[in-house]
Design a binder for this molecule. Structure first.
Ligand code: ATP
Length: 436
């Protein structure tokens, strides 16, 4: 079943995942607010990425570089160079034109296909509140432009785990792009978040590491339950490659509006370190003990959009199905991504002892997992509300619980129920929610 983007937009609005920014003033194009459930989904995605790429690896360290940087950083990375008007690039002959100078649909010189218009209207040096990224330049300063940090990092890291190449820096942060036509909900916006890795490697093994990261990043989406037939890798052709890139792959997702990029993995060669070494006059080379050679490390850069990943996981998880004669909407989100992990639902809200017990259980669970409590309706309705936001487990407390101290735990996907002793609920959930 193919879900329409509108269905997801309306679910997000109705249930408080994502809604229009500045709505009471008519909204602001390309800006979206994440409500209580959206925040959790996004946070879970970032935590999963951080856990897998920083905590679970010996060769990676985290970084949170300042958004404000020395103006010369922006110069060296090529961001300042005179972009003031919306520009389009010809995918064929690679010439760049002012969008308002192009009259027909194709390139004025060779007739080739043009990219979307983009502009840099901010003055980068005045951009004191924003991390700037522009189509053809490196993205987050910490990752792309922040490769200047390589010097510091290679020193700091040598006292820790990642003393030698290859090693990587991981960073998550806001990025801003002056998209001329923000669209497709949160897919293309002016403000978004990126999760980026700068992985520094010896030039001799850069191609192998590039292959490794392309596969690794593709696998990551599958690990969190994305349907394999909705995910693919696409290599950039020579006409599409950015000027700094030796090769690039996109991880693409089959969105309702077509196959579109979730993440780009770029083989950047020594572009960044060379540019920053030249501009700063600092030595950013690395001495390889093993080969007794000195060189600029090459950089492999997997760069993922948090918002696009969140949207793709929502689309992928959405199902309308019939279970035991009842129609339901369910988000089959991976438990690690689900905003609420468990909901406690008393079956009899008029029985004070049942409510009291349910509240006690809820108080206990919420210290360990993002949890919810609801006694405002019939159980069918309460389950439906949790299914619709992807809560993997619901625990019901009933009259029987008062006698046998057992509760019923219902699984979102199978709707199957198990009866468990109250004091086993935490261990049961911990086991079910564990991620390897
Ligand atoms: P596109 O071609 O779709 O504009 P890009 O190739 O310019 O994307 P990158 O520079 O590779 O994008 O940025 C890395 C990631 O950041 C993208 O894969 C995407 O997930 C995210 N991203 C880029 N631009 C936007 C945007 N305007 N809105 C939301 N996410 C974005």
């Amino acid at each position: 079943m193919a879900v329409e983007l509108e269905t997801i937009v309306s679910l997000c609005k109705r249930r408080g995942f994502i809604f229009q920014s500045s709505e009471i003033y008519g909204g602001l194009g390309g800006a979206w607010d994440y409500g209580p459930l959206g925040v959790e989904l996004k946070k879970n995605l970032k935590c999963a990425w951080w856990r897998d790429n920083v905590y679970a690896r010996d060769d990676m360290e985290g970084l949170d570089a300042a958004i404000l940087m020395h103006p010369r950083v922006w110069e060296a990375s090529g961001h300042v160079a005179g972009f003031t008007d919306p520009l389009v690039d010809c995918k064929q002959c690679k010439k760049r034109f002012r969008a308002d100078h192009v009259s027909g649909p194709g390139c004025p010189e060779c007739g080739g296909e043009l990219t979307e218009p983009r502009a840099v209207q901010f003055d980068v040096q005045d951009l004191s509140s924003a991390r700037w990224s522009e189509r053809s330049g490196p993205c987050l300063p910490a990752a792309g432009d922040g490769t200047g940090d390589f010097r510091q990092l290679s020193r700091t890291c040598s006292t820790r785990r990642a003393a030698k190449l290859p090693f990587g820096i991981a960073q998550i942060g806001k990025a801003f792009r002056n998209e001329i036509t923000p669209r497709h909900f949160t897919f293309r916006t002016r403000e978004f978040e990126q999760m980026e890795i700068e992985y520094f490697v010896p030039p001799a093994s850069a191609d192998e590491w590039f292959d490794y990261w392309v596969k690794e990043r593709y696998r990551w989406y599958l690990k969190y339950g994305m349907r394999p037939d909705h995910l693919r890798l696409r290599q950039h052709g020579p006409e599409e490659l950015a000027h700094y890139a030796r090769a690039t792959y996109d991880v693409e997702y089959r969105f309702p509006m077509g196959w579109l990029e979730l993440e780009g993995i770029a083989h950047r060669g020594d572009f960044d370190l060379k540019a920053h070494a030249q501009a700063s006059g600092r030595n950013l080379t690395y001495f390889d003990d093993r080969t007794r050679e000195r060189y600029f490390p090459y950089v492999i850069e997997p760069s993922a959009g948090v918002d696009r990943a969140a949207l793709a996981f929502l689309v992928d998880a959405y199902r309308e199905e019939e279970v035991r004669g009842r129609r339901r909407v369910v988000l089959r989100l991976h438990p690690a991504l689900a905003p609420i992990k468990v909901a406690v639902l008393p079956l009899l809200r008029n029985r004070a002892e049942v409510v009291e017990l349910a509240r006690k259980l809820y108080a206990d669970l919420r210290r360990r997992f993002p949890a919810d409590y609801n006694d405002t309706g019939a159980i069918g309705k309460l389950y439906a509300r949790q299914d619709e936001v992807g809560t993997p487990f619901c625990v019901t407390v009933d009259v029987q619980t008062l006698e046998d101290h057992q509760v019923t735990v219902r699984d979102r996907d199978t709707t199957e129920q198990v009866r468990l002793a109250l004091d086993q609920v935490v261990a049961y959930l911990q086991d079910k929610l564990a991620v390897d």
